[in-house]
Design a protein around this ligand. Structure first.
Ligand code: DQA
Length: 160
């Protein structure tokens, strides 16, 4: 009952890709005092729940590979997909990722930068983000909840 209608409704949902950079596959075991005890699977589950509530079709990905992350930005541009990005350490030095993120903005697509911790309160090298200048907005220091705020921001920007 309502199968066709619900499929159509799902197809009409704006797509958002939530991309996570290097070492975020180690959430839960990596510095739990900084990043918490929940793992990437839990983050993925939460993002799906939040996306569902917001009317967004959310897909969560993680890679340790800069080229893969750049490729995902190209794909987002080609497919008109909004981006939530935790660039992890790439944040601080990847001009390749910054250029790719710039293209997402040029395509008129939201790109929200998220950090679980507050990099500004940590090591000196974390204080600079090469992604922030090309992001629509940045959310830091809110733990996994920051992804929820980023998804809400995307929904707001897309007027879902
Ligand atoms: C991080 C902060 C970065 O400085 C760090 O390299 C990460 C995670 C965060 O989510 O707080 O890997 O992006």
């Amino acid at each position: 009952m309502g199968g066709k209608e619900s499929t159509e409704k799902k197809a009409a949902r704006p797509r958002v890709v939530v991309v996570n950079g290097p070492n975020l596959g180690r959430l839960g075991v990596r510095q739990p005092d900084v990043y918490g005890h929940q793992d990437l699977a839990e983050l993925t589950r939460l993002c799906s729940v939040w996306g569902e509530r917001l009317g967004l079709d959310v897909e969560v990905r993680q890679t340790d590979d800069e080229a893969v992350m750049v490729g995902w930005m190209h794909k987002a541009v080609d497919e008109g997909t909004a981006v939530v990005m935790n660039p992890a350490a790439f944040t601080h030095y990847s001009y390749a990722l910054a250029d790719a993120a710039h293209m997402v903005g040029d395509a008129g697509l939201p790109l929200m930068e998220v950090h679980i911790s507050n990099p500004a309160s940590r090591d000196e090298f974390r204080k600079r983000s090469v992604i922030s200048p090309v992001a629509t907005g940045t959310i830091t220091g809110m733990g996994f909840f920051g992804y929820r705020l980023a998804l809400e921001s995307v929904a707001h920007l897309l007027a879902v």
